[in-house]
Design a protein. Structure first.
Lengths: 339, 339
DNA sequence: GCCGGCGCCCAAAACGTTTTGGAAGACAAT
DNA sequence: ATTGTCTTCCAAAACGTTTTGGGCGCCGGC
């Protein structure tokens, strides 16, 4: 491996000058700088990241920990998120470290290791919970982080970027009401997740706006997977008075609900309406295609990284809380007539 | 941030002793070691990763570069793969670095940076191509890597772990033949991908085994996405003599094909049979559920990391080439009678 | 009483950068 | 001739570890 001294030696320069030439300082002659750059290229010199980190006290990396519940998980949301995080980080010459940990002790250790060994300069949080110890932990240490999705500690005091789940589901309810539905079910997620609270609130507000009462039995809990949606859908459709429309808290859940409906011999879009949330690609190719609230995960991930890196480099506090509005995409799952 | 000197100072020991105590050397008294460990815990000491890397000349990290073609991509395969890589790496105290790059110059730069700046100790390759410059590049530099999927340079000389695509598709063809199909289509991927070659070969062998001829028009190229499968399906089904069964090179492709069939008014599983490959969760929840060849991506990812880390630490060359057999899962998409 | 071996500890060198605080020379102004 | 100002370069000190090559007592065997 060629080091900076090799370059310096070849040119009969000091390593100081080589370092400064490559870093673009203006106290090195233009001609010298060119020679240095040429030599570095010839020798294939790339600075040792470890040495640089040690000296600069910066990891030039950000971290993201996948919250995996089961070992075999595959949520398209995260693939897109990671691609966005990685691309934006790379464009600013940062690396992205990824780990996965089931919520609990293992997770806590993972965060601690990264923070205390200064392995990363900042962290992206996803799937935030209402009372999120991760946010508190990082904030207490004044460690830079950006949450994808809101936290509610004690208000939205942490930098975050998210999708307006409340407004989104309200829109969805309004859409269903407009199509004549009065009994609308909701398949949610565990209560501690922030976006469950938000989206459920949107459901409640949406019903209220249409002067519809809310009945307990129509709100059931899934686990954000197709399988969870499937079971929740079975449960809802087996009610004495089943709903005529069901909203899944995310697209995967809705897709599971559709399967449950099919198995009961119902035609989705005619006998029962189903809608999701997120706008994953799968939703466009399901049978029937799924009505959903779309939002640009990839772009939001990039924005989150931009916010984070601004924090890391201590730039003036730009906008630190972003809430984007999702967009309704109407497809056949909420009415075949609609196509 | 507390450093090793803080610990040493507190205990009136040298940093050497602290270092060796924590690293488990046997030349430190048991009682001393305990005091060191306790003090380290109390002070919240975690070694600086950068300093350690610099000294040990090891990054204690492995890298993976997502081959992303479009910016917005979401392939469930990669989410599962990354989870597996991350978990196994973490269990051996390694970090996982993830980047994403479109094949081409950008990709090449990404690999070079990581290798030359010794940012990672080893690399996992996925979506290998027949003549894969990445494999050649890394092998030339004697840089440790493991390919997920075979390479064909010049034979399978590189360490890799993969799924037997040839046998898998052969099984699929046999299954379809058994169900009475004579005209079987195949929606593949770009030619340079290894697993396209393997799986296509399986298709050819499968037909030969059933004494069926192969007709050019039944083999079309997709791009591994639902959208690509959709277009390829339209093409196949619009033929004067359309196939009665179609194999998608992966599940996403097959799901796109099913959508194309539905749009032509065909009932998948009755009018036309469709089968996929990979066993993603989505395949179990599609309409109809998709017949597929299943393989344990998550576990294979973990095995790949184990191989890689063995290579990195220069352990005796254990088994370095693994080919696992996928398992046929028959679902309604290849015959409603089957359920 | 001497020697070898063992158990425990440590000083100092290294790892490859970046940064600090000048130094040397050229030139201009006084 | 002196002083000051630029421009261009550099030696040396960090950064926080790990590792090398011992040192110092103590004990047992001769």
């Amino acid at each position: 491996m060629t080091t900076i001294r090799d370059v310096a030696h070849k040119l009969h320069l000091s390593i100081t000058t080589v370092s400064r030439a490559l870093d673009g300082y203006d106290d090195v002659a233009a001609e010298t700088r060119e020679r240095v750059i040429a030599a570095a290229r010839d020798l294939g010199y790339v600075p040792s990241r470890a040495a640089r980190q040690l000296r600069r006290k910066r990891a030039e990396a950000i971290g993201f920990i996948l919250p995996t519940w089961q070992p075999r998980f595959s949520d398209p949301f995260f693939a897109e998120l990671i691609a966005g995080l990685g691309d934006e980080a790379a464009s600013q010459h940062f690396d992205l470290l990824v780990a996965s940990a089931a919520p609990g002790l293992e997770e806590k250790n993972a965060y601690q290791r990264w923070v205390q060994s200064r392995r990363v300069d900042g962290i992206i949080l996803a799937r935030t919970r209402l009372d999120d110890w991760r946010a508190r932990f990082l904030a207490d240490l004044h460690f830079p982080f950006v949450a994808y999705g809101r936290t509610r500690l004690p208000e939205d005091i942490y930098p975050h970027i998210g999708v307006d789940g409340l407004a989104g589901v309200r829109t969805l309810v309004a859409h269903l009401v407009e199509r004549g539905h009065q009994r609308i079910g909701f398949v949610g997620a565990p209560d501690d997740l922030t976006f469950q609270a938000d989206r459920l609130a949107g459901y409640v507000e949406g019903l209220a706006a249409a002067s519809l009462g809310i009945s307990e039995e129509l709100v059931v809990e899934g686990n954000l997977t197709r399988e969870g949606g499937y079971r929740a859908g079975q449960q809802l459709l087996a009610l004495p008075q089943p709903p005529s429309a069901i909203i899944g808290i995310n697209d995967l859940t809705a897709i599971g609900v559709m399967r449950a409906a099919r198995e009961r011999g119902l035609v989705v879009g005619r006998d029962v309406a189903v809608a999701g949330f997120d706008g994953v690609e799968e939703a466009a190719h399901s049978d029937p295609p799924l009505t959903t609230m779309n939002h640009p995960t990839y772009d939001l991930a990039r924005q989150a990284v931009r916010m984070l890196l601004a924090l890391v480099s201590g730039e003036p506090p730009v906008v630190t809380r972003i809430l984007v509005q999702p967009e309704l995409i109407v497809r056949a799952s909420t009415g075949l007539t609609g196509e």
